[in-house]
Design a protein. Structure first.
Length: 224
């Protein structure tokens, strides 16, 4: 891509992100910093909420960065929605997907826990000048834990230390999941998939933290 075209496209993306933030009251992409869930601490579960660390590998640059960040934001919002056990799709989640990519409710018994995880954007493939395919890996490190027997913590997914997802991100002024359009283009997610088995390993293994630590947190000081 010519330097002038790349500069123009980057400017358009930046403007789109600013417009989305101004219209929705939320940033168009999640800041790449740690977030912590609001697990209710009780006498029976005296632990902090799950700490989620987000990052983008250094090889992702230029127009790929905002695409990677919105894919990470989708992972965070979708996970929070599943844990909430509320069937209605949150407005913030609908506002970052296209009208034909509204997420479907999947009942589960997943609950809020403690510990931590890493969500890492590992690759961005440019499909064309206004669309990208983003690969994101969720690594269960230091691990998400739930109450077990006799007050002990148990690793939530002992045989599933990582999983991959891919998101197609498009620059569009068309309707989002709420039905809203925009006067200028902004980034939306038009498709999400879950690569499995060998494909998932090929995506995530090269970027897996080393050492890969899984260790439960200590109880909060007041409960030790």
């Amino acid at each position: 891509m010519a330097k002038t075209s790349m500069t123009l496209l980057t400017t358009v993306i930046a403007a789109a992100l600013s417009l989305t933030a101004a219209c929705s009251g939320h940033g168009a992409v999640a800041p790449l910093e740690s977030t912590t869930s609001t697990t209710v601490t009780t006498k029976n579960f005296p632990y902090p909420g799950v700490r989620t660390v987000q990052d983008v590998v250094p090889s992702i640059a230029g127009t790929g960065v905002p695409a990677a960040e919105i894919a990470i934001k989708w992972e965070l919002l979708h996970s929070d929605w599943m844990i909430s056990h509320q069937e209605e799709v949150p407005h913030e989640l609908l506002s970052i997907v296209t009208a034909n990519n509204k997420p479907e409710w999947m009942p589960s018994n997943v609950m809020e826990g403690t510990g931590g995880e890493l969500i890492r954007a590992v690759n961005v493939r440019e499909i064309d000048r206004i669309s990208w395919e983003v690969s994101v890996c969720n690594y269960d490190t230091p691990g998400v834990y739930y109450p077990g027997e006799a007050g002990q913590l148990k690793l939530g997914f002992p045989t599933w230390a990582q999983y991959a997802s891919t998101a197609t991100v498009v620059l569009t002024s068309g309707p989002d999941g709420t039905g809203a359009t925009s006067s200028g283009p902004r980034l939306l997610i038009s498709r999400t998939t879950l690569p499995l088995n060998d494909e998932a390993h090929a995506i995530c293994d090269p970027f897996r933290p080393d050492p890969f630590i899984q260790q439960p947190p200590e109880p909060l000081p007041a409960h030790k």
